[in-house]
Design a protein. Structure first.
Lengths: 302, 338, 287
């Protein structure tokens, strides 16, 4: 990983020196503890020395791109597999232009979750067992960047093994009542903090539907009804668009298994519409399946 | 000294639970928070009294995430407020650390002082007793001592427990404390035990002068750099033991419904968005700055003590690893131009 | 500015439950402009009003759909409270659709009000833009009611267009007739049938060049108008202790608890909304 860090720093320095970029988005380790790794915006060659790629560089850096969508900056960005799918998501949603980006692709070996490490170190709640790879990395189907200008590092093998949708199928087998009870229990702990929404790359609406008051679509009450509505609506907006980066589940302060909902949608959309999954390839002008109308669209779910 | 053997803890909790709803720090699956004792599932859940703290704070007991306020019924042009939902059922927070006790005292300052007494908070708080758990070994993120908190003698606790290994020293500090002591009087033994040694803090945070310095730093460029990683997600405000901002909204079904209040966060874009469309804090940096100034300067100016309690939860839960300690350090080091 | 302390005999709706409104009746509604209406409010039994509103104080007006903090533009003895409300959002939309006889929720009085006592013996300069005249009207009418306590009164008022001028009867007819009183009106753009002054309020103020001698200036209007008017007054020699304005922020609880309306350590609903410029300059520039 130190190798990759060095390479990224070299590329960033070169890009700054040649005036090809105004900012470079990557990660930095702010502090002595390695899990204190966070998103970083380098603005000049001085800043480049702070860039790292370590085993906690898990934060989806494509989310930081949203802060630059209205500026004119030329942007260099270091992107893992999941991050690169996030970039494709933003390109498809017309949130950012390809010619503004210089993408340094990093085939990702799987990383650890700094939030778990912070919790264990900080002493809150029960210590989790052996600190292995983050859950989202264990299920990774696309560690290699799908879009890049330059690659650093050897190609990686997807880590997902067995039936990708095993857990989803388990829930599909439940009766309607059992399923309702499962989701009622699971979503009852939601505190409506909206961390899942803020960290999601695909949540790029200027004014989120949940911030509208005229009319108010979902109440703010922390009740079963409102909590369920929030999650159903939020994740339904991800149908055909979710890039399966797993950040929502990772940052949730009450550890709701949000990826179950997203994976169910990915499975269904795959079965109904076929085609490449969201963010897997960038073709200019392409749109997610639910943003396109075709006469022969499947409608069995209507 | 009065001592409660840990072997009798479950009995004590059960006895207390007969008189009031007891909230204890518990691990349920992946989550840890202050849950009602009666929801404890033997074999599945775990009591976390010996852990440093739990992920969520106990402020829920006196300031729930969602709280009904009053019922509304309409009939033609008439509006009727038929009932209000003050809830005076007795509660006990068992095992609160000093930082969390300070959080509730901060809520007391907000809701019970400065001219108006919030009736909903008052009802819950009057019926609430705090049994604190003295903290002898601060964690790596802890800095309550810099925030006006004494970890082994938390001010505002009705009873203080001191963990001696196989038992708790039970120290009643107030009238409410005496009342709950009576409930379990027969479980307490009278004996002298050695108190644990208070270990030092692992980090030294110096808050002195920060509130004063911040007064002239509203437009300081350091806010640009510090706020850059923030994604305004609100997780910090929801796990914080002293965050108190709330929204008031309504649920109506035709002619009947109720007004309720719910936690809100200064991190959200629509928090200060006015009906006409103007928004004094439309930019993420402004909201970020508001949060930290509120914690470290505004509250200190208004109530004489910082709103931050030094519990370290926000540091652990932030997805982009923003750290209030680092912000305090940055403020201390910042240069102020003329 | 004093905080709201409960003195003995203090009459406000809050009682023991400051967040629960009293139900009152809107017995009359008058159109003032295409998007501003005056709502006249009294107790449901027709006798009296729910609270005493000092000039500049506000009430939290509500329908089931929501609550909004509106300044009380005038309290007529013990007969009614008048609120001038502009249609801008969820609640005000619905308020503009109600008919006389409709009941609404009301709680208050909130806010510190204008310093009517401190201003006694001074010449008063009222500067308002758009709906900003509504809060000032309570102070202006108070001055007329206690005419001998105040010196010369000058009112400078402007709005987008002739139709958008509020309280037309008062500004054109009644107030200019009051003793030692001058009223100057302006609209933003030229318009057929208007032969009065055309131009923005801050520029008009500079043009009229009122003297700061023994004068207190009270300003209310859109933030941009306040900003430029303050600059103009400063240029004309008004000191920070001679200028008063009222601030606004989004409000929910109205009693300084929900955290939303703060500017620095001040809650605008409770410690404000009326501030001397001197106090404003000590607050963070978020207004």
């Amino acid at each position: 990983m130190k190798e990759i860090t060095k390479k990224i720093q070299e590329i960033a320095t070169k890009l700054f020196a040649e005036g090809k970029i105004d900012v470079f988005l990557a990660w930095e380790q702010e502090g002595e503890l390695d899990f204190e790794t966070k998103a970083y915006v380098a603005r000049n060659t001085e800043d480049v020395k702070n860039i790292v790629f370590n085993e906690y560089s898990i934060y989806n850096i494509a989310n930081t791109l949203l802060k630059f969508r209205d500026t004119q900056d030329k942007i260099g960005i270091a992107a893992k597999g999941c991050d690169s799918r996030g970039i494709v998501r933003l390109l498809e949603d017309l949130q950012i232009k390809r010619d503004r980006l210089y993408i340094v692709g990093i085939p990702c070996p799987g990383l650890k979750d700094p939030l778990t490490a912070a919790r264990n170190y900080g002493g809150l709640g029960k210590k989790t067992a052996e600190e292995g790879l983050a859950k989202k990395c264990l299920n990774c189907t696309q560690p290699n960047p799908v879009i890049y200008d330059e690659l650093v590092g050897p190609e990686q093998t997807p880590r997902q093994q067995g039936d990708r949708f095993a857990k989803v199928k388990e829930i599909e087998q439940m009766s309607a009542d059992e399923r309702y009870k499962f989701w009622e229990d699971t979503l009852s702990s939601c505190i409506r903090c909206y961390a899942c929404r803020q960290v999601c790359v695909a949540c790029d609406c200027r004014t989120c539907i949940f911030d509208e008051m005229k009319p108010q679509w979902v109440g703010r009450e922390n009740s079963t009804t409102d909590n369920m509505m929030y999650h159903l609506v939020k994740h339904a907006h991800m149908a055909g668009r979710c890039i399966e980066c797993g950040e929502c589940e990772r940052v949730c302060p009450v550890h709701i298994p949000l990826m179950l909902i997203n994976q169910k949608l990915i499975k269904d959309i795959g079965e109904l519409f076929g085609g490449p999954e969201a963010g897997m390839q960038y073709v200019e002008g392409s749109k997610p399946p639910l943003s396109v109308y075709r006469e022969d669209d499947p409608d069995s779910f209507l | 000294m009065k001592v409660l053997s840990k072997a009798k803890l479950t009995t004590a909790l059960n006895k207390l639970n007969d008189a009031a709803e007891v909230f204890v720090p518990m691990q349920k699956g992946e989550q840890s928070a202050y849950y009602p004792w009666k929801s404890f599932k033997d074999g599945q859940d775990e009591l976390m009294l010996e852990a440093l703290n739990v992920y969520q704070s106990p402020k829920n007991a006196v300031f729930p995430q969602t709280e009904k306020m009053y019922g509304i019924k309409t009939e033609g042009v008439k509006i009727n407020i038929d009932k209000t939902y003050e809830d005076p059922h007795p509660t006990i927070i068992f095992g609160a650390r000093a930082c969390d006790v300070k959080g509730i005292r901060a809520l007391d300052d907000v809701f019970l002082t400065k001219g108006y007494v919030d009736s909903f908070y008052n009802a819950r708080r009057s019926a609430n007793t705090i049994i604190a758990n003295a903290c002898y070994e601060p964690g790596p993120n802890c800095f309550c001592n810099a925030m006006d908190v004494n970890p082994i003698d938390p001010e505002g606790a009705d009873v203080i427990l001191r963990d001696t290994g196989d038992a708790y020293v039970w120290e009643s500090k107030s009238e409410k404390g005496e009342a709950v002591t009576k409930l379990i009087a027969d479980l307490l033994e009278e004996k002298e035990v050695k108190l644990p040694e208070a270990k030092p803090f692992k980090q030294n945070v110096d808050y002195s002068g920060v509130a004063e310095k911040l007064k002239s730093m509203f437009e300081h460029p350091l806010w640009d750099k510090l706020s850059e990683p923030c994604i305004n997600c609100g997780a910090c405000t929801y796990v914080c033991p002293s965050c108190h901002c709330f929204d008031i909204q309504v649920k109506m079904w035709g002619e009947e419904g109720y007004r309720f209040r719910t936690w809100d966060s200064c991190m959200y874009e629509e928090y200060t968005r006015e009906a006409g469309g103007g928004n004094p804090r439309g930019a993420a940096k402004q909201r970020f700055r508001q949060r930290f100034l509120h914690k470290l300067q505004f509250f200190t100016e208004r109530y004489g003590t910082p709103l931050c309690t030094g519990c370290g939860r926000c540091i652990i839960v932030c997805p982009t690893k923003i750290n209030i300690v680092k912000i305090i350090d940055a403020v201390k080091e910042a240069e102020i131009n003329g | 500015m004093a905080n709201h302390e409960h003195e003995a005999g203090h009459k406000c709706t809050c009682g023991e439950q400051p967040l629960v409104p009293t139900i009152v009746e809107v017995f009359d509604i008058k159109d003032r402009t295409p998007d501003i209406k005056s709502f006249f409010v009294r107790n449901v039994d027709g006798k009296g009003i729910p609270f005493q509103a000092a000039p500049g104080q506000c009430g939290m007006v509500s329908l089931p759909i929501g609550e909004a903090m509106i300044s009380c533009t005038w309290q007529e003895e013990q007969e009614y409270l008048e609120f001038a409300i502009k249609r801008v959002g969820l609640l005000t939309d619905e308020l503009h659709r109600i008919e006389p006889g409709q009941q609404i929720g009301l709680r208050g009085p909130y806010g510190n009000g204008f310093p009517v006592e401190d201003c006694k013996g001074k010449d008063m300069l009222f500067i308002a833009g758009g709906i900003g005249l509504a809060p000032l009207r309570s102070f202006i009418k108070y001055c007329f009611k206690h005419r001998q306590d105040y010196g010369k009164i000058t009112i400078i008022y402007g709005s987008r267009s002739k139709a958008d001028l509020v309280f037309k009867e008062e500004i054109f007819d009644l107030w200019p007739k009051e003793p030692d009183t001058e009223v100057f009106i302006t609209i933003d753009n030229e318009e057929a049938g208007w032969d009065g002054h055309v131009g923005f309020v801050p520029a008009y103020v500079e043009e009229l060049n009122p003297s700061p001698n023994n004068t207190i200036a009270v300003i209310c209007g859109p933030p941009i108008m306040i900003k430029f008017t303050l600059q103009a007054l400063e240029k004309m020699g008004f000191s920070d202790e001679q200028v008063i304005t009222t601030l606004e922020m989004r409000m929910k609880c109205g009693i300084g608890k929900c955290g939303r309306c703060n500017i620095g350590s001040q809650f605008i609903c409770l410690d404000g909304p009326v501030y001397y410029l001197k106090q404003l300059k000590q607050l963070p520039p978020e207004w």
